[in-house]
Design a protein. Structure first.
Length: 268
């Protein structure tokens, strides 16, 4: 089969399955399997492949038809310009979460900021913070041991000396932190998620009746601490932001700023 034929064939199959990014997904699969840039394929539609390459592409196509996230199929995803291993044990990082890193970089931080990535998942936020904030000290906290194993692998892939803890939010934290990065589950339990999200771990998606139960527990933990963080960065749906402001206020924090899904809180 040549690349033009597979592009047409694969795109059609994914479109019939209801995949909105069908053509782009097929181009990415071709890139990964055949180790050539997508612009090269578009310039060489006659390029022919068969055997193991075609078998692998067909296997990937069947998986994507079932709405399995492309990152799980590839075994990695891109976040803030870097590659992170992911699989079914962790949530696939979303582009909107990159705003949390951009806002973090805009804050006035100590020379050696102590940063906690709470609900770390694959570790993308904490690892990116360690790489983007010079002289930072980053700890990863994750309640799910299986997800934490993925984060640890990513820490080692990026050759970083971070600490990690299997912990219910900050309950196992051995020290205080200047910054909390919290991309916690925030989807209400009644919410209908799409087929791709249904392939991801429910513990990383659903946050109780209104979606904010895990955030309530986090701010309760922070309120009980003798030393408060200078900043708490959270991710939630914009319609939840006003309620999260109230939750934070009850723990002694006010909203410093917000952008899209991300809010930044400071102690009152």
């Amino acid at each position: 089969m040549n690349s033009a034929t597979f592009l047409t064939y694969g795109t059609s199959r994914l479109q019939k399955a209801g995949i909105g990014s069908a053509r782009l997904d097929i181009l990415i699969m071709l890139e990964d399997c055949l180790k050539k840039d997508r612009t090269w394929f578009l310039a060489h539609p006659e390029y022919t492949f068969q055997g193991p390459a075609l078998e692998k592409l067909e296997k990937w196509l069947r998986r994507r038809e079932k709405h399995e996230p492309l990152g799980y199929i590839r075994g990695f995803c891109e976040f803030y310009g870097r590659r992170f291993k992911i699989d079914g044990r962790v949530l696939q990082p979303r582009p909107e979460s990159e705003i949390m890193i951009s806002l973090l970089k805009s804050l006035s931080l100590p020379i050696h900021p102590r940063i906690a990535d709470v609900g770390a998942g694959c570790g993308a936020l904490g690892i990116t913070a360690a790489l983007e904030i010079p002289r930072s000290i980053v700890d990863l906290f994750e309640i799910d041991q299986r997800a934490l194993a993925v984060a640890v692998e990513n820490v080692r892939r990026h050759k970083l000396a971070l600490r990690w803890f299997c912990s219910d939010l900050l309950s196992a934290s051995p020290s205080s932190h200047d910054v909390i990065l919290a991309n916690l589950p925030y989807v209400p339990s009644y919410y209908h998620i799409n087929k791709a999200a249904s392939c991801e771990p429910r513990i990383a998606i659903f946050g109780g009746g209104d979606g904010l139960e895990v955030y309530r527990r986090l701010f309760m933990q922070l309120a009980a601490r003798h030393s408060k963080p200078q900043f708490v960065l959270t991710e939630s749906m914009p319609p939840q932001h006003a309620q999260l402001v109230d939750i934070a206020a009850s723990a002694g924090f006010y909203e410093h700023c917000r952008e899209d899904f991300i809010q930044v809180f400071e102690p009152i």
